[in-house]
Design a protein around this ligand. Sequence first.
Ligand code: PLP
Length: 395
Amino acid sequence: MHDKFSERNFSTRAVWSGTNHIEGSAVTPIFTTSTYQLTDDSYQMWKETGGQHTLLYSRYASVNSEAVSSKVASLEQAEDGETFSSGMAAISSTLLSLLTQGDHVVTSADIYGGTYGLMTSNLPKYGIEVTMADIRDPSSFEAAIKENTKVLYVETITNPVLKVCDLERMASIARKHGLVSIVDNTFATPWACRPISMGFDLVIHSGTKFLNGHTDLTAGIVVGSKKLLRGVFEAKSRFGGAADPQMCYLLERGIRTLHARMPIHASNSSELARRLEQHPSVNSVNHPSLSSFDDYNVAQRIVPNGTGMLSFSVKGGDNRALRFIRALEIIFEATSLGGIESLVSCPFNTSHSFVPEEIRLESGILPGFVRMSVGIEDVEDLWSDIDQALEVSQL
Ligand SMILES: Cc1ncc(COP(=O)(O)O)c(C=O)c1O
């Protein structure tokens, strides 16, 4: 979606792209209407667009969802975008817009637990086959491709082990085999990585997380080419996962400060990762900024700006991890991530509870594994909280 800010730099686009200055308003006003007046022109538009980007009915598009879709498309340097009521609505509608009975998807077990459940439990019910390949080995994705493979699906930085996908290689494999490539860019955000420029076809976000940044809504966004977005829109309008105008207003407001928040998330999480790595109670730390991390070199190329996420395993297994989390005084125990406040959880009983234990262990969700979404609080306060909770959680 091109607007007059398309050629401007990232921060300027984050602030200004997509804003609809109705009646001269500085920000897009909230349009709390479910429907819009029909006219000869709008009937004609309905016929031409099916309602995509047309103000007819809020399940298709609203003033506020259009503002968000164009802002994210602008940040991701994509042609088009659609906004949804949640990340899962975006993921499921996108996959179902592309796949039908007899088709095959190649993905990896290193994905968000909800997406893993969709891939392993829901898609097979519709006769769609799924193969899990190794996210750290793009050639395993290529080897899994069959005659009926239609989609390659990955996460830029995986939830929760933070493995970094070599998006450039994955995109070229997908192109070579005529697959639609889809990436969930939630953990990286367009501030750290723009997968369209690396050859990906569709980029998905849980807007609930860093894009919004304030832990007060659920949202999803898909961006990519106009051609693919046409099908995504159709699935959105039929399956009904549209985003309401109030939520879109908040989300647009949140995204306006993405570029200001992300550097603090990233520097706080890198600093905590560095200190945790030296802590005697910690077995291992996953963070793309650590030179000891397996994906350090790929990360330097794909997500050089880093992420606000962090994960690590404490000595003493899951019980110690739970005691540690309960002993924290600032960092808040909750699922979800990407807000300005630090949140912490154990994936085995939250985001990845749907994933069988052996698959979790294989992908690196080890005993004592903790996932932390590092907020923008003072880093010394965060460290002293972690340090005291590690101390208290020892038996
Ligand atoms: C990487 C990732 N993608 C997608 C989702 C799903 O998003 P939502 O909860 O907004 O449906 C999540 C949720 O935690 C996630 O972490």
